[in-house]
Design a protein around this ligand. Structure first.
Ligand code: 5GP
Ligand code: ZN
Length: 113
């Protein structure tokens, strides 16, 4: 999508601090980190949110979870981490391109606000 900031990051039109990349997805550090380690994983195809995941596009979600496990291992997140997907206005989503936050490096409170 031409006006989507994460599509532009996936295309390399906006720079990002990359953690991992393959043909299906990209992981990069969040501009405004909420934990000592905070990166985002996005599909390269534009999926607006978790509410738009269906049988036609869900394979990339499984792939992204494989990537999260691999990158977490590479970064040594042995004490644990949290994967968060905000969805929609009340879910706190501010960028309309499906993304998975990976947060680590401190003890994370539960439940989130
Ligand atoms: P959401 O609020 O939709 O769950 O998460 C969007 C995230 O994207 C936020 O944590 C925000 O800091 C991050 N973000 C927004 N714009 C950019 C950007 O241009 N570059 C990077 N690296 N992160 C961004
Ligand atoms: Zn997009």
């Amino acid at each position: 999508m031409s006006d989507c900031i994460f599509c532009k990051i996936a295309a390399g039109e906006i720079p990002s601090n990359k953690v991992y990349e393959d043909d299906q997805c990209l992981a990069f550090y969040d501009l405004s980190p909420q934990a000592p380690v905070h990166f985002l994983v996005i599909p390269k195809t534009h999926i607006p949110s978790a509410a738009a995941v269906d049988s036609s596009n869900s394979a990339v979600v499984g792939h992204i979870y494989e990537v999260i496990a691999k990158v977490a291992g590479q970064l040594g997140l042995d004490k644990g981490f949290r994967v968060v997907t905000n969805c929609g206005e009340e879910g706190g989503q501010t960028v309309g391109h499906l993304h998975f936050h990976v947060l680590a490096g401190r003890s994370l409170a539960w439940p989130p606000g």
